[in-house]
Design a binder for this molecule. Structure first.
Ligand code: ATP
Ligand code: MG
Length: 381
């Protein structure tokens, strides 16, 4: 008998002929998540198992963060021939339960002497005898005692829900514009959840933004990385561009022009990283640079699709996700972002494209971008 984790997968289940490809990708991601815990991960009979971990709870915490995993069940694996031993184990596993339960048996070994209804009946009877305070409810039970009869018997009661989604890397790559705020980490997480491997770009305006602000962004990337399997963060020196814009462009257009520079530089990084899209944390109308007109002006600088997964979300919706994925606390630390350093008093909410283009003529756009890109520092988290 041994303890292991039974890993259940979500949407991959829908895949037809490509299913083995997605399964193998998921196994690799689970392996990556537990490799420093001594966990052994294998695929058998359409199920993913993890065994040989040192710390059950820590291992569950890791595996539930792997995109593509639907849920994780701490299970006991035992020889299937000794039904009394199985029943004793089921009685031990239900000792702390209260309320109602049912037994749900699945028998993939059709030669097993008891069929599923018989297993349900017999185990249910023995559990009730051992724990008379429990009641059976086959329609809406508080707990389900699962018994799977395969080459061995597997018993589990607890089901820990995971994030779902698809294994990272099975749906291409994208480049996330990662600020220290609440929205962009959530946006990156949402796209990565769909199986997209992300890398990140952060614009840093030293000395107007401190080294602590940069560390904060790297900390956010580290949190995301638990689900994203490593993120290359490109730190772009942005001070000179901001100073030039501030000096030469109309005040109400500075934020917007700055955002156009961000998009162009991010697209350059994206091409180097072989990304197929950019990701931002913008949401319609949240700030002046996120009105529909302003988004149009920023978008027109790039050829790549720009994914804005939180575009239709209220701030409170975004905060709920940030709390769930563990980025909220770090995002809330009070360090300046480069956007807040040179904020105009009256930013244009209905910007005119011809004014933007006229203003950019005063800048050496290509030269400034080349210089910023040449100064990129890459940090792998
Ligand atoms: P966030 O909470 O992600 O900071 P925000 O509400 O503060 O978003 P803005 O500051 O207008 O919004 O930025 C909009 C988007 O532009 C961000 O979601 C992010 O994708 C990108 N962005 C803003 N500042 C930076 C930065 N310093 N480095 C990289 N990307 C940035
Ligand atoms: Mg911000």
């Amino acid at each position: 008998m041994r303890e292991l984790l039974l890993v259940r997968y979500g949407e991959i289940f829908l895949k037809g002929l490509n299913r083995p490809y997605f399964m193998r990708a998921l196994v690799r991601k689970v392996q990556h998540a537990v490799k420093d815990m001594g966990g052994h991960v294998w695929l058998h009979d359409g199920r993913i198992f993890v065994s040989d971990f040192d710390d059950l709870e820590a291992c569950i915490a890791r595996v539930t963060k792997v995109f593509g995993v639907h849920s994780v069940c701490p299970a006991v694996e035992m020889e299937k021939d000794d039904f009394d031993a199985i029943a004793e184990q089921a009685i031990r596993m239900t000792a702390d339960l209260t309320g109602t339960f049912k037994v749900s048996a699945r028998r993939s070994d059709k030669r097993y002497p008891l069929d599923s209804p018989k297993i349900n009946e017999e185990l249910g009877y023995r559990i009730l005898n051992a724990h008379p305070a429990l009641k059976v409810d086959i329609h809406h039970p508080d707990h389900v005692v699962n018994v799977e009869i395969r080459d061995k018997a597997y018993l589990y009661v607890k089901v820990v829900m995971a994030y779902g989604g698809m294994p990272v890397g099975t749906n291409g790559r994208a480049t996330l514009l990662l600020s220290g705020g609440i929205d962009s980490p959530v946006a990156g997480w949402m796209i990565a959840k769909r199986g997209v491997q992300i890398n990140a770009v952060h614009f840093h305006s030293y000395p107007y933004t401190s080294d602590r602000a940069k560390e904060k962004v790297l900390d956010l990337a580290r949190i995301l990385s638990e689900s994203c399997c490593g993120i290359r963060v490109h730190i772009v020196p942005f001070t000179k561009i901001q100073m030039e814009i501030h000096e030469k462009c109309p005040d109400e257009y500075t934020t917007l022009i700055m955002r156009r520079f961000m998009m162009r530089i991010a697209e350059r990084v994206a091409r180097q990283e072989q990304s197929g899209a950019l990701i931002t944390g913008e949401s319609i109308g949240q700030v002046a640079s996120q009105t529909m007109e302003a988004l149009n002006v920023t978008d027109s600088t790039v050829q790549m699709p720009v994914f804005r997964p939180v575009i239709g979300f209220d701030k409170t919706d975004i905060i709920d996700i940030a709390k769930k994925i563990g980025t909220f606390e770090t995002s809330s630390l009070p360090f300046e972002d480069c956007c807040t350093v040179f904020t105009p008093r009256h930013p244009a909410t209905k910007p005119k494209m011809d004014i933007v283009l006229e203003a950019e003529k005063k800048l050496d756009v290509d030269g400034l971008i080349d210089e910023a890109v040449a100064g990129i520092e890459i940090v792998q988290v």
